[in-house]
Design a binder for this molecule. Structure first.
Ligand code: PMT
Length: 446
């Protein structure tokens, strides 16, 4: 069963979905589909044929969506009409779609609210057929489905089971969890399981998305009004005027996050260790060298921040006493012992703030025991999210242009992002982080 989770919330948040209901007994299942879409953040507009209203009342869908339902071509409640209702829609889902409605779609007819609005829509259309087996396998229906498929309609294969007429066979509307999974997959990947019109057996289950693959899931004004502070790059701890202790970070991941956050309209401050990278557009940059300078810069910025992201590879130790003159090998022989002291943990400092604590996100650079280490860090540093990446190889992680990551919240895994460019990953991460921050904020308010 498809689990409603933060991935489905991310995919459906602010998506406009038109749900068309036509006259079949399966209409009652669409109430649950509607509830799931709304619960996961979609804005759902419902359109019903007159026949559909004989099975479920428009009042049910109005209660579920908090919007009036369109049942006629000349409805103008709330300014909705058959053209306006599909404007800006991301998807039009017709569930159930009867043989009669499918035939009308194939003919391009416009004789009721559903057929008219489908004809007027510019978004992808998904239909979930529901009918008796012989109707489904009738060459007329098969031709109609083929016509729609050729025209780019997405068809969710019906399943076998008990039918309204008492028969058992193919034709029952796909169960709601599968339809929900299909919608999420479609929004994520823009591809779907093709429907084999000649098939008389149930087709495979739609796959639950396990990783987000599409960028630009949310409007690019998503970050407007937010102040976001990001640390990036390595720190350098002075040994002597010529030598430092540092980490292998190039700064690319943190700079990509800053760039994408600024693109989303956020007010971004990037606190950067030494890198060779250019400052992204519309980003304020504060340059630091050592971990303690980075901590001071974070302290000066974090009070006004909504979100703090610790992407820097901060040196864990510094010399107790850096040398003021260049260390001479001749004075030390084969072995050199340096006395180090632990640097304060910056992200943990922010995570443990009592007042003005921003939504706090850390990174975990790991080479093994990924989940275990990430979960330990999220608790110890009191984080809202941790982005765990593998730094054991050269293809992702330190220095490279690509990365892959799994994100955890204190409740467990949120989602996994496969290997992709750091820019694309930053886009997806910023959308996720901002969404999760806004969700936490809305829970606090309620
Ligand atoms: O810069 P790139 O070449 O693009 O590489 C990106 C990256 C691999 C450096 C980045 O994606 C990443 O993983 N950054 C965190 C590196 C790190 O220090 O991880 P850690 O597991 O040691 O630390 C965990 C968290 O604590 C991090 O958020 C880190 O910023 C923070 N920390 C650690 C020590 C310290 N003294 N203060 C901190 O804030």
């Amino acid at each position: 069963m498809f689990k409603e989770n933060s991935m489905s919330q991310l995919l459906l948040q602010n998506r406009k979905i038109v749900l068309g209901i036509t006259g079949g007994i399966a209409a009652y299942k669409s109430c649950e589909l509607c509830r799931m879409l709304v619960k996961n953040g979609a804005q759902v507009a419902v359109v019903m044929t007159e026949a559909a209203t004989k099975f479920v009342t428009p009042a049910t869908f109005a209660a579920l969506t908090h919007h009036e339902v369109m049942t006629g071509v000349f409805d103008d409640a709330e300014g909705i009409d058959h053209i306006a209702i599909t404007k800006d829609a991301d998807l039009y889902v017709i569930a159930p779609a009867t043989a009669n409605t499918i035939a009308k779609f194939a003919m391009g007819m416009a004789d009721n609210a559903v057929t008219t609005s489908v004809l007027a829509s510019a978004c992808p259309v998904v239909i979930a057929p529901a009918m008796n087996t012989r109707m489904l396998l009738n060459p007329a229906t098969k031709n109609n489905l083929k016509t729609l498929q050729d025209r780019g309609f997405y068809i969710i294969a019906p399943e076998e089971g008990e039918l309204a007429c008492g028969d058992t066979g193919m034709g029952r509307m796909r169960n709601v969890d599968d339809i929900f999974a299909y919608i999420c997959s479609l929004l994520n990947e823009n591809v779907a399981i093709p429907y084999d019109i000649n098939s008389t057996t149930c087709l495979p289950k739609p796959q639950e998305p396990t990783a987000l693959t599409q960028t630009k899931l949310l409007p690019k004004s998503h970050g407007a009004g937010l102040k976001i502070v990001i640390t990036a790059g390595p720190t350098e701890e002075i040994i002597d005027p010529a030598r430092v202790i540092t980490n292998r970070s190039s700064g690319k991941m943190g700079y990509a996050l800053a760039q994408m956050a600024a693109t989303m309209g956020a007010d971004v401050t990037l606190i950067s260790g030494p890198t060779s990278l250019a400052t992204p557009n519309n980003v304020k940059r504060i340059d630091v060298s050592t971990a303690s300078q980075m901590l001071d810069a974070v302290k000066s910025q974090v009070g006004q921040a909504h979100i703090f992201i610790g992407c820097a590879a901060v040196a864990d130790y510094r010399l107790i006493e850096p040398m003021s003159t260049k260390l001479k090998k001749e004075d030390h022989g084969e072995f050199l012992t340096l006395e180090l002291v632990r640097n304060e943990d910056i992200v943990s400092y922010v995570g443990h703030l009592d007042e003005d604590r921003p939504y706090t996100v850390g990174f975990a650079a790991e080479t093994n025991n990924f989940e275990e280490n990430a979960k330990e860090k999220i608790v110890r540093k009191k984080l809202d999210l941790i982005v765990c990446n593998d730094v054991s190889g050269s293809e992702i992680g330190f220095g490279s242009n690509d990365n892959a990551a799994t994100v955890y919240s204190p409740e467990g895994e949120v989602c996994t992002f496969g290997k992709m460019s750091k820019i694309k990953l930053a886009d997806l991460l910023m959308e996720l982080i901002i969404s999760q921050f806004k969700e936490k904020l809305s829970h606090k308010k309620n």
